[in-house]
Write a protein that binds this ligand. Sequence first.
Ligand SMILES: Nc1ncnc2c1ncn2[C@@H]1O[C@H](COP(=O)(O)OP(=O)(O)OP(=O)(O)O)[C@@H](O)[C@H]1O
Ligand SMILES: [Mg+2]
Length: 357
Amino acid sequence: MCAVRMNGLGDRSAVRRGFAMPGSAVAPAPEVAPVDDGGAAPSLAPDAVVDLAAERSATGVDELLAVLDAELVGLAPVKARIAEIAALLLVDRTRARFGISTAPPNLHMCFTGGPGTGKTTVALRMAGLLHRLGYLRRGHLVTVTRDDLVGQYVGHTAPKTRDVLKRAMGGVLFIDEAYYLHKAENERDYGSESIEILLQVMENHRDDVVVILAGYAAEMDVFFRSNPGMSSRIAHHITFPAYTADELEQIADRMADQLGYVFAPDTRPVLRDYLERRMARPRFANARSVRNAVERARLRQARRLVDGPDPRVDRDALTTIEPADLLASRVFDPEPDGTEPGERGTAEGCGSGTMPE
Ligand SMILES: Nc1ncnc2c1ncn2[C@@H]1O[C@H](COP(=O)(O)OP(=O)(O)OP(=O)(O)O)[C@@H](O)[C@H]1O
Ligand SMILES: [Mg+2]
């Protein structure tokens, strides 16, 4: 029996610190050490028997999957696929030790799903997991969109795309709203030049960079139909389902908890009502709408405490979201003509005014 030697397990807080913030271009490599599967791992005799449970526990990957499960509500099919990929990498490493020649697996992926369903968050976790399993050297996430890859004039696109790829080597390149890379209506669009370079690197450097495309399902379908080469290089098409009201409620609980708040018992039915109304409103963005709702409730709570008749507060008052903190939302306003009136009695509603959180 041989266990794979490794450098260390890292810690849960290190994993937690790695949460993706949409809009950030480069997420740092998680502070976990990859397994050491270099020359130190002894090769095995043909009749050797390997305990995969021991190997698995030595990688610490179960711990990482448990953190993922605990911190991300729902997403069962996504979590199942991640567990499969982890198993594949473990089996591959063991096969290599028997001298069974194995080409590196294709781990390029496409995440499709509605807004706020967790695509960016999971991409960052994936980078950490692939690093932990020794597949990626660095395990960082480089997030880009079309504008980071495609230039404005002749000769501009190739260096831009190559520069992004250079930064992504050893980690995950996450291309958000990937369908914008291809503009079907414009034959001379530079996007196709970028796609060509991406395809080459996805083929030739697949063991040093994992490309994850993300976007809404219908648009990604159109994109893949126009770019069959890209479609065939993606081994994992993963669908992120919309969250149910129950899941959104759990997400709200976790987000509030992370911020040091609780919902008062009589806030619960109001929260549920809020979520169901919000789900039916335009521009609903799943967990992101929940995050916005919690942030706004927090603002209203602060104002209630500061402007209230009794300025004295205790710990409970400071940490509790009351029904009024949600009920002031525009989501509870009647919609006689389908328009959204301004928020009642608060100074919020900045920005475009299109989000009725
Ligand atoms: N299952 C979940 N459990 C807890 N929080 C979640 C979950 N899914 C998403 N979130 C949180 O919701 C927010 C939005 O998630 P994320 O940015 O990953 O969504 P997205 O699918 O990339 O959205 P978009 O398509 O708009 O880019 C983040 O703050 C994330 O932490
Ligand atoms: Mg995203």
